[in-house]
Each structure stands twice: as C-alpha cells, then as structure tokens.
Design a protein around this ligand. Structure first.
Ligand SMILES: NC(=O)c1ccc[n+]([C@@H]2O[C@H](COP(=O)([O-])OP(=O)(O)OC[C@H]3O[C@@H](n4cnc5c(N)ncnc54)[C@H](O)[C@@H]3O)[C@@H](O)[C@H]2O)c1
Ligand SMILES: C[N+](C)(C)CC=O
Length: 497
C-alpha cells in the first residue's frame, strides 16, 4: 500500500467512481511473475460506511425494488452478453490478478455469463402464491420481497465467478448491494461495475469497495443497515463474520472451504478415474474449494493407481497465464506458498510419504509463487494433511476395503462441500452418493457445476446455498398478506361505549 495522489478512483459508490477516502492505493502484482498489473484504491472503513448508506438510500427509496422483475432480468441478460462480448478483456484481467492460466479464466467467463443469464431468466418467475385460507371472504397470498441491502465478500481464487453468484440473484430479487472483493484480485469486479453502470444500473443500487477484510469488509457484517451478509472464503473468516453478523441478527449466507473426498472403487473406469483424479486436485493449482484433494481408493488397485498418479503428476507443466505449454499455475502469494509448504511438511512429519512434488517451482519460476503438484500416500485419517484444507496442489491418499469403510472415511471430516464416487456399478454409485455428507456429489466425473443446481456445503462448509432457485431465495423475504374482504366486528371484547 502507498500514499499517492488522490486520483485512483476505482471504487464505485452511489453511482460515482471514487478514490479511497484517505488517498491510499494498492499495487496489484501477478503472482506468476510479479509483474505489476495495476494500481487500485485501498479503501477505508469510511468508504464502506458511505457505500452502505448509498445502498440503504437506493433500497429505501423504493423504485429499484418496484422495477418490473423482467427489467432487472433484462439487465442481467445484457450483462451476460457484455461479458461474453468482452471475454478477452475480462479473462485477461482475471488471469493477471490470480496468475491462473488464460484458458481457465476464459472458462470462468463463460460460467459467469451463464450465471447472469440464468438469474436474468429466473427474475420474476416466482411471483408468490395464493393460499387457501379456508374462508371465502379471505384472500391470502404469500409474496416475495427483496431482502434489502446485501453485503458481499468474496475470495481471490474465482474472483468474478464468486461475485457473480451473489450479484446476479441480488439484482434479480430487487436488492441493493455493496461488494468487497478480495484485496489481491479487484480488477474484474471493477470491470463488472463499469459494465453495470453503462448498462443503466441506478445510482446506489450496486456499490464496490476495495481493500482489506478487517478494514473494508468488517463493517458489512456488523452494520445494522445491512440486511444480509453473503460471504465466500475460508472457515476462520466465515466464523468471524457470522459472529459479527449475530450482533444485528442479519441473514447470513456462508460458502466456506472443503476437504473433498474422491472415492475410487476397484471396478471404476481406470483411465477416466486416474485422469480425473489429477483434474480433481490439480486444476487451477488446486485452488478450488471443491478440489478433490482427498483420494480414497480401493486397496486392491491402490498401488498401481497411485504409482500412475505419481508418474503423471510429476510431469504436469507449471507456468504463467499466457504460457501455452502450462497446465497449472501459481499460488496467490508468498504467504500462501509458505502455508502450503508448512502444510506438506507437517503431513510428512506425521507419517505421510511424499511421493512427488513437495517443493516450489524451479528456477524458471522463481519470480512467481509456484508449488509443484504433490502426492502424499500412506495417510491416515488423523494426519493434518488429511484433516485440514491445505488449499494447494496436494493430494493425500487413503485406502479402503469395503463400501461402508469408504463412506465412513469420506464423511470423516468437519467439512461437507463436495466429493465424487467412481464405479461401474450403478448401485454402488447411487448408494454412496446418497450416503456422502457433502453438498455436491459427482458420479464418474469431477468439478462440473451448473447455475441451475444449488451449490453449498454441509457441516463447516457453510450455511445456505448459492445458484438454483434456492440461490435466489437467499435474497428474498417471504411475506404473508391476509386480506379480509368483508371486515366485521369480532365481538371478542364487549363494547362498553
Ligand atoms: N464454498 C465455496 O463455494 C468457495 C468458493 C471459493 C472459495 N472458497 C474458500 O475460500 C478460501 C480461500 O479464499 P481466501 O483465502 O480469499 O479466503 P479468506 O477467508 O481469507 O478471505 C475471503 C474474503 O474475506 C475478506 N475478509 C477477511 N477477513 C475479514 C473480516 N474480518 N471481515 C470481513 N471480511 C474479511 C477478505 O478480504 C476476502 O475478501 C478457501 O477456504 C476456499 O475453500 C469457498
Ligand atoms: C465454487 N467453485 C467450484 C466455482 C469455486 C470454488 O473455489
């Protein structure tokens, strides 16, 4: 951070682009090679308070919530179109901020456009329902109202995707919002707010503040004028936000981490399961909340499967966003790489065997925060590498002998975000998928998610759901309107006038 001229106007508050209230800025560097990506405002608590006040005014004034839902939906459809039309610019900005490969960032932009389009079409589809009051004089209906002012706090691994999962339903429902993206990856949020501004979002409806969680994010969970806080990020931060939000009893939605089992039975399609075990854990450098970092493989095929996995993992090519040979990218920062280094070290010290990886990128990567794809086998369930979300390109291997043992192992975690089962037996797949205590279960696949299908976690992986009709429901309050069309004296109290 640095004090520069007060001209870096990258926050969007009440329809205007503004710098930080104290003039501070932050320089963003690409984690793949340290090149400077841009300079943005480093906001303050006062900036967040101003953004909350703007969102409150815009909501209370009423015209946004009263806009026909189809118009709000149309805005989302046009935003989806805009992102696809400017996919190169958006993907490049995302790749530079995160260091992820351009091809992965391009895929994210497709998913983001699909999300805006899905909620654009969903807007207004659920006008509420009539209820049979059992009395012909009564018209009783349940209507959907927007929750109000929404605070949104998002992580650095899928910066715009995670923001889109919040912005899209909020606009569809008629809420106003303040978005605080991760401080390391602000650029696609800035591009999106510019697009919304150009597309005609009324002043104050959408606001963007930039900066650290403690300074700029915290007021969103504490403030009485914020009606809902929607957070995606780590478990420790999620608990902090939930505790802060309890003071004003606001609605709280949490999308947190995972320790996701990838269960491979002996009768699985071997090559598909092997290839997807790599995909599950090493795509996007393993920086995916639902990464299949916990391989649980049947003991009869474990030795061959792990040998092949190790062989293939050892040949994965690391590289920056625009390196066409690269198959995986860097971690986000030096601190993050130190954390993964320590996580692997503790795993090995506690009995795991390091089969491949376990080191930083080579000489050609010394300006970036690379960590080599890593496999640890001979793990038991209490090993810290099995228990903790390492959030890096690291697979731990456990084995099982029976279906019951596979299920018990896969469920033995404080998390419950996602997992997969691989088998050629339909019965095995159905039984295991129903028994897993995880919010998404893939059968003979890994990673796909759909805007139409709810996403979220059991246990410590979160509260609530994003995407699907339930994802819109998070931004809606239900109101029962009971109308007596023939008002009458109740006679409950004696009239002594
Ligand atoms: N469940 C999901 O869908 C999902 C998706 C993506 C990432 N994640 C999880 O996110 C984590 C990685 O992201 P991260 O390192 O950015 O997480 P993080 O919890 O460190 O930070 C997330 C966001 O919270 C903000 N923040 C930090 N402290 C805050 C506070 N006291 N008050 C308000 N805001 C605060 C940060 O500035 C950032 O914007 C992983 O655990 C990953 O599994 C989950
Ligand atoms: C939710 N998802 C899978 C897109 C990103 C998780 O980090």
């Amino acid at each position: 951070m640095s004090q520069t001229e007060n001209t870096v106007a990258t926050q969007f508050i009440d329809g205007a682009w503004v710098p930080s209230s104290n003039g501070q800025t932050r320089t963003i560097h690409c984690p793949a090679d340290g090149t400077e990506v841009g300079v943005v405002a480093e906001g303050t608590r006062d900036d967040t308070l101003a953004a909350i006040a703007a969102a409150r005014r815009a909501f209370d004034e009423g015209s946004w919530a009263d806009t026909p839902a189809a118009e709000r939906g149309d805005l989302l459809l046009r935003l989806g179109d805009h992102i696809l039309a400017h996919k190169d610019e958006f993907a490049r900005a995302e790749a530079l901020d995160t260091g992820k490969r351009l091809v992965e960032a391009e895929g994210d932009m497709e998913d983001i456009a699909a999300c805006f389009r899905y909620f654009g079409k969903l807007a207004g589809q659920n006008p509420g329902r009539l209820v049979d009051a059992g009395d012909p004089r009564v018209v009783s209906r349940v209507v959907n109202e927007p929750v109000g002012v929404c605070g949104m706090i998002t992580p650095w691994n899928f910066p715009l995707l995670q923001a889109a999962w919040k912005i899209a339903p909020a606009i569809a429902a008629g809420c106003t919002f303040v978005l605080k993206p991760a401080e390391l990856t602000p650029h696609t949020a800035i591009l999106t707010m510019k697009a919304l501004d150009e597309l005609g979002l009324p002043a104050g409806v959408g606001n963007l503040v930039l900066g650290s969680g403690a300074e700029v994010g915290a007021p969103l969970s504490e403030h009485p004028d914020v009606d809902l806080i929607s957070f995606t990020g780590g478990l420790v931060t999620g608990k902090r936000i939930a505790a802060a939000a309890a003071g004003t009893l606001k609605k709280t939605a949490l999308e947190l981490g995972g320790k996701n089992p990838n269960v491979v039975f002996a009768d699985a399609d071997y090559e598909a399961a092997l290839d997807n075990a790599l995909n599950a854990a090493f795509t996007d450098s393993g920086l995916v909340c639902s990464a299949g970092t916990r391989l649980i493989v049947h003991e009869s095929i474990a030795e061959r499967f792990v040998d092949d996995l190790v062989e293939r993992a050892g040949h994965i090519v690391m590289g920056g966003p625009f390196d066409e040979k690269a198959e995986t990218g860097p971690l986000i920062s030096a601190e993050h790489r130190d954390k993964v280094t320590d996580y692997v070290k503790r795993g090995v010290e506690t009995g795991a065997r390091l089969r491949v990886g376990g080191h930083w990128g080579g000489e050609e990567h010394q300006d970036g925060y690379f960590y080599a794809p890593t496999v640890l086998d001979r793990c038991d369930r209490t090993n810290p590498a099995v228990v903790e979300e390492g959030f890096g390109p690291v697979i731990t291997v456990e084995t099982f002998s029976t279906e019951a043992e596979a299920i018990a192992t896969a469920n033995d975690t404080e998390y419950g975000l996602a997992g997969a089962v691989w088998s050629s037996d339909a019965g095995t797949c159905q039984r295991v998928s129903r028994a897993l205590l995880h919010g998404t279960v893939w059968i003979n696949d890994y990673h796909p998610y759909l805007p139409q299908a709810e996403w979220g976690g059991f246990k410590n992986s979160g509260i609530g759901r994003e995407l699907g009709p339930t994802g819109l429901g998070e931004y809606v309050e239900h109101k029962h309107i009971y109308e007596n069309t023939e008002p009458a004296v109740t006679g409950w109290f004696t009239d002594r006038r």
